[in-house]
Design a protein. Structure first.
Length: 389
């Protein structure tokens, strides 16, 4: 065999050996790639399955036991399933904590938050102190904390509109308490409804007293700062009175008995001075029908009449709104004749379920309006609702 042929044969052998060495390596790489792809596919399938299970769980949570109605039922029963508030954050700014009504609202919120498993550290509570500037400062503090839900109780409607805009910009969900905050959900009183209830009740009292001819003056308290929604708390009574008695009861008509009585509703001292000025305009009037925005105003009216030497309970039919501890005492002292109770101690039974509904189901899960039930409380039925301790 020639050297040339031998070289060709050796070359072919080397090529064959090299090929055999390369082929297993290729097979290993292919197998690893295939295994990796299969693993990735399996992982993706697992992730997809987990995501589907999570979505299913969320759907079940939202639909089964976690709606506003569900939480509301738990609140009324005084027992929440599990600890739905645990790990969540909430803030509440009170309108003026020194008022018994507002203190009752705050205590009810704290009680329900804890009952639902919420931690003290996850709840921020501040006092707006009936001061718009303090309310703005409190808003800044709360927005910096970025709670999931902000319960705002603040009397200045214009400031509330500003707060609503900023809350939306910062993606903070708000529930308004008694005074609207933009178009966020509202919890509190059906202001017009309670005014109608109060107006109808007052008409019954006027008729029992001998009719409208026995009344010298009708005072309808207003306070422009609280805005149009709270104004409805008086407007409904005006409408009922005018429906019954015509122009004589209409504060918009001259020479009638009806008068718009503009008086502060956030400060007893300011309201007292305002009512003194109003009563001084009618020195010859003896018998009055008075519609007040809240119990602090009713107390201020009685004090004003007393200072002027004109207070005699028999000469006044006085209606109030809200019914807090002060209002209860005013009823028992024969100052307030009828008080439309908002049951402030139960506000937490609406607000915490509303907050939880958002935490579990988003904004669409929260009713746009959460109204309390109203009852006219008088000296005859107060012990039925609020027995003396």
């Amino acid at each position: 065999m020639s050297k040339k042929k031998l070289g060709v044969i050796l070359g072919l052998v080397l090529v064959l050996v090299a090929t055999m060495a390369i082929i297993p390596g290729c097979q290993t790489t292919t197998q690893e790639t295939t295994t990796t792809a299969a693993t990735t596919t399996a992982a993706q399938e697992t992730t997809t399955t987990a995501a589907a299970e999570t979505t299913a769980a969320e759907t079940t949570t939202a639909a089964g036991g976690k709606t506003y109605e569900d939480f509301r039922a738990m609140a009324v029963a005084g027992k929440y399933d599990g600890e739905p508030a645990k790990g969540h954050t909430l803030a509440f700014a009170n309108i003026i904590k020194s008022f018994p009504f507002c203190a009752a609202v705050e205590n009810g919120i704290i009680e329900q938050w804890k009952l639902a498993g919420g931690a003290d550290a996850d709840l921020t509570v501040l006092d707006n102190a009936s001061d718009p500037q303090i309310a703005i400062q409190n808003k800044d503090i709360i927005f910096n904390k970025k709670p999931e839900v902000f319960l705002e109780f603040q009397f200045d409607a214009k400031i509330n509109d500003q707060i609503a805009k900023e809350a939306k910009d910062k993606n903070i969900f708000v529930i308004a308490v008694d005074v609207p905050v933009g178009d966020f959900p509202f919890m509190g009183v059906d202001n017009y409804g309670t005014a109608v209830l109060t107006g109808d009740w007052m008409i019954e009292q006027i008729e029992k007293a001998g009719g409208i001819d026995k009344i010298d003056r009708i005072l309808y308290q207003t306070n422009p700062l609280v805005g149009e929604t709270v104004f409805l708390r008086i407007k409904g009574s005006v409408d009922e009175m005018v429906k019954k008695y015509g122009d004589v009861a209409d504060p918009e008509k001259k020479d009638g008995k009806g008068v718009w009585a503009q008086a502060d509703s956030s400060s007893t001292e300011k309201a007292k001075k305002d009512f003194q000025d109003i009563l001084s305009k009618y020195p010859k009037d003896k018998t009055f029908v008075v519609f007040c925005l809240n119990d602090q105003s009713a107390s201020a009216f009685q004090a004003a009449a007393d200072i002027l030497g004109r207070w005699n309970a028999d000469n006044y039919l006085l209606a109030s709104q809200g019914l807090d501890e002060l209002g209860m005492q005013l009823i028992r002292d024969n100052v307030v004749d009828g008080d439309s109770s908002y049951f402030p101690e139960n506000y937490g039974q609406y607000l915490i379920p509303g907050a939880l509904a958002f935490m579990y189901g988003g904004a669409q899960a929260v009713p746009k309006e959460m109204f309390v039930e109203n009852v006219i409380i008088t000296k005859d039925n107060i012990d039925q609702y609020y027995p003396k301790s």
